[in-house]
Design a protein around this ligand. Structure first.
Ligand code: NAD
Length: 253
């Protein structure tokens, strides 16, 4: 299917980075079983006590710094290189798609690799700012915040418009490692479906999309499925008649 569709787009979420060592938000190992999102990930919480939120952000930052792209990120690089992936819309802020080598990446929720000044809007690479004294500040003395979308903040306009455009023009969407709970990102697969796209979900667990708009659900880790997809495509390109053994009948539709 992937090689026959005109425009394939991937929407990724925290699940694709779990095996890189970054916990997802939800689930028993999820970050929100440890921290209350309204206390640490809401913009009002940040503004009222940036020092407290930064202490937790510093802990997340250390996890992000250690993480490396896994075989699922790398498979998406290969899919793009082979010419079968138009772009990735990612809800992740960990930069692992870009670290792996993906070129067309829409950062729907920003990036933890940048900081933004709440007063003047100046942006910094996080590597150039010391976190020895919290909260870090801008040359204008404004408070710096990770350049990620907190609850209560809008999606950056350019990212939102481009993601919606891609959702409308794609004819096949891979929905990978997202619980599809966080809006408005969760509307993107619905938008794609309404515009005629086929939706394939890759997630070990079912989501609200599985029984509603998903055409094909592969309930397995992205690190297993995506490299297998690449293997299958490479085999099909080499010798289309000799690839049957690659396709196991474990696809539910
Ligand atoms: P989520 O935590 O709500 O859901 C994660 C989903 O991934 C779950 O449905 C889970 O079943 C699935 N999953 C777990 N392991 C998987 C694997 N190996 N392969 C495929 N799927 C797997 O995450 P979300 O839907 O992305 O929404 C939460 C928000 O959290 C996002 O906006 C994102 O910005 C933010 N977040 C980002 C990171 C990151 O940058 N790595 C980490 C945590 C949260």
């Amino acid at each position: 299917m992937i090689i026959s569709f005109r425009c394939v787009v991937a929407l990724t979420g925290a699940g694709i980075s779990v095996e890189s060592g970054i916990p997802a938000f939800r689930g028993s190992q999820g970050l929100w079983s440890k921290y209350d999102p309204m206390e640490f990930a809401h913009i009002d919480a940040f503004i009222s006590n940036p020092h407290k939120v930064w202490n937790v952000m510093k802990e997340f930052g250390a996890i992000f710094d250690r993480a490396k792209p896994n075989p699922a990120h790398k498979a998406l690089v290969e899919l793009e290189r082979l010419g079968y992936l138009n772009c990735i819309i990612t809800q992740n802020v960990d930069n692992l798609h870009q670290d792996a080598g993906s070129k067309a990446v829409i950062e729907y929720h920003g990036s933890a690799r940048r900081l933004i000044c709440l007063s003047c809007g100046k942006k910094y690479r996080s590597s150039e700012i010391s976190l020895n004294v919290l909260p870090p500040t801008c040359i204008c003395s404004g408070i710096l915040k990770p350049d990620v979308v907190f609850f209560g903040e809008p999606i950056p306009k350019d990212a939102r418009m481009e993601a919606e455009r891609q959702a409308r023009i794609c004819d096949f969407m891979l929905v990978i490692g997202t619980s599809a709970i966080v809006a408005p990102a969760s509307y993107l697969p619905i938008m794609a479906k309404e515009n005629g796209a086929t939706i394939m979900e890759i997630n070990p667990e079912g989501t609200s999309l599985t029984r509603t708009i998903v055409d094909y659900s592969i309930q397995e880790s992205a690190t297993v499925v995506l490299p297998n997809i690449i293997k299958a495509i490479q085999c099909l390109k080499r010798n289309p008649l000799n690839c049957k053994s690659l396709f196991r009948p474990n696809l539910t539709s």
